[in-house]
Write a protein that binds this ligand. Structure first.
Ligand code: MN3
Length: 201
């Protein structure tokens, strides 16, 4: 069963006020994300993965010993990562629900400290990748960074928030300024209600 490119959960220009332009969305969603869908579908066709879920393919093809990974993993994990990424942002939901704020304070001391840790993880990811707020199996929260398409599913973690730090995510709006892009992401783009729902789920 082939996977589809999900529509954005909002208009292409819905995040422009928050600093992510319609032009970025046209490249990032309509072209980059779509390429992962097209290539992923081609690569799984006729294989043991053809009828599996995105999550099953990601955990089944992840190779902990390989930085480069493999084509199926790279494309399917990036397909999943972007599905989450669009949902984690929004034109509303910018106030942090109290239960999420409490959980973040319990793990990081303060919301500002969490944001500093998250930004440092994204800036510290050399080359392409993602930074994350994850929930570990024991319920504790942690900030992580991953290379290329690797994501929290590979480590049995729940992805609460992820920020794409591939250059294609920020070069149109922020040029080479990855730290500014991540700060703006946290302050003006995240849908904290979506993050809170993932924590509760
Ligand atoms: Mn991307």
């Amino acid at each position: 069963m082939a996977f589809n490119l999900p529509d954005l959960p909002y208009a292409h220009d819905a995040l422009a006020d928050g600093g992510m332009s319609a032009e970025t969305m046209e490249f990032h969603h309509d072209m980059h994300h779509n390429a992962y869908v097209t290539n992923g579908n081609k690569l799984i066709e006729g294989t043991e993965w053809a009828d599996k879920s995105l999550e099953e393919i990601i955990t089944g093809t992840y190779d902990a010993s390989s930085v480069a990974q493999n084509g199926i993993f790279n494309n399917i994990s990036q397909l999943w990562n972007h599905n989450q990424f669009w949902e984690m942002m929004g034109p509303s939901g910018r106030n942090m629900p109290s239960e999420l704020e409490t959980a973040i304070k319990d793990s990081f001391g303060s919301v500002d400290q969490f944001k500093a840790d998250f930004n440092a993880a994204g800036v510290g990811q050399f080359g392409s990748g993602w930074c994350w707020l994850v929930k570990n199996a024991d319920g504790g929260l942690q900030v992580t960074k991953t290379e290329n398409g690797v994501n929290p599913l590979c480590f049995g973690q729940t992805a609460l928030l992820g920020c794409d730090v591939w250059e294609h995510s920020y070069y149109i709006d922020f040029r080479n300024k990855r730290p500014v892009y991540i700060t703006n992401f946290l302050d003006n783009l995240v849908n904290w209600e979506n993050v809170a729902a993932r924590l509760a789920g």
